[in-house]
Design a protein around this ligand. Sequence first.
Ligand code: GAR
Length: 210
Amino acid sequence: PKRIAILISGSGSNLQAIIDHQKSHSDLYEIALVISNRPNAYGLVRAQNAGITTKVIDHTEYESRESFDLQLQSEIDAVNADLVVLAGFMRILTPTFTKHYLGKMLNIHPSLLPKYTGLHTHKRAIEAGDLKHGLSVHFVTPELDGGPVILQAEVDIEPKDNEASLAEKVHIQEHIAYPLVVEWFVKGNLSLKDNQAWLNQSCLNTPVLL
Ligand code: GAR
């Protein structure tokens, strides 16, 4: 099985979706390590409950992004990860780090990229009067939230929606989309080629509701 490392900062509901998916795909991959930059992230509890090794690398204890990223890299490489999955990991990564994992690191972002990179995406989509919002799963490149998009899922913004209700709708779709993309990658059906996401044709017929 392939080995994946998952980086989190918070609640870890996307981590949970991947933990649940992995249980029925243990021949394909294992979650070798979960790292949080925040000691009190609830996702650490989720990982521990699933018997997964966890590490806290608290960014406040590092004097530079470079030294923090070097520590992240050494922990990830120590478990021989084939794939790094950013699941609500809220730190900007240095170009050196992103280049080290180029083509082997995924991120999920709560907007229909290229719209709304960065923070507060749900609020910004509502304030802009958008009718559609959603999520993007993409390869990580040095440009923040700028790497090639692999999969997007849309949700409707309804008049009654607020930031919380919209975030919840997006979360439901994220929990379907992210495990699916991880599965594609570990099966060898997804890769980064010429700065584009390359997907095996067979994946496009995947019968999921997105
Ligand atoms: C998710 O909605 C994810 O898209 C977002 O953080 C949330 C984490 O939720 N990621 C970003 O904003 C990355 N810039 P979770 O901790 O419950 O998985």
